[in-house]
Design a protein around this ligand. Sequence first.
Ligand code: ADP
Ligand code: MG
Length: 265
Amino acid sequence: MVVLTFFNHAGGVAKTSTIRDLGYVLAESGRRVLLVDMDPQANLTKWLGVDDDVELAETVYPAILGAPDADGEDEDGELLLPRPRRVHGMDLIPAHLNIAIIEREVLSVFMGVLRLREAVRRLEGYDYVLIDPPPSLGQLSALAVVAADSVVVPLPTNRKGLDGIQTVIKMVREYRKAAPGLDIVLFVLTQHDRRTRHDRESHDIITAQLPSLAPISSPLSSRPAYYSDAQVEGMPIPVYAPGSEADQEIRKVASELLAALGRRR
Ligand SMILES: Nc1ncnc2c1ncn2[C@@H]1O[C@H](COP(=O)(O)OP(=O)(O)O)[C@@H](O)[C@H]1O
Ligand SMILES: [Mg+2]
């Protein structure tokens, strides 16, 4: 089992979109995939078509703070992740607005930041666990990244992408103190608009400077219509637009991710 957290503290860099679509491609190829939504905004949950009432007991909450009704510990007193939902061939631990409570409460738990890491390591039956943190540097993000074996960094090929890189690298170094061996396995280039000179230049800067740190994926092109329509339909891009260029780009990045993970072993 490989646990990957898609980390970039900036919002709007396509963490959630990339998890949804790469998760789908991995599952479609026969791998057993669990997605974990750690963002109180619950975009991943909604974009996979889960919009009925999610209960707090179905989220990461019980694995970190105990069941909301204080009844969620198993016989050994271990905190467990709840039974997931099934969506588009993947398992999903959905999010709920009130997982935001974890930000504050986990601070009063001894070694609380390790709780998700411990719960995820008790899972059985998955090849890939993909974790989607919120766009912040708070405790939910720390829990998410510390739970991982490796970090995937979604990076838009623009000013925002370039500006965030130093902080991402610094934070991964910090998180490594609680998660020995944590590395960056792949930079995934997102929202690339090759028609603008700004994006082409940013792309060239990134591909010139980052390879010493981790491999860089081929770009996922900016396609606002596809991405917003797929969200409304509650579908990953490969389901919404099978065979499209957008679909092909995602499949290419999925194979680049597998290759990067293979080289890491
Ligand atoms: N390749 C793309 N082309 C166009 N829009 C995109 C693309 N990838 C993501 N988006 C859009 O950008 C916004 C931010 O993406 P999201 O996945 O929510 O990022 P994050 O999780 O990092 O905040 C969303 O509205 C999403 O639809
Ligand atoms: Mg998100």
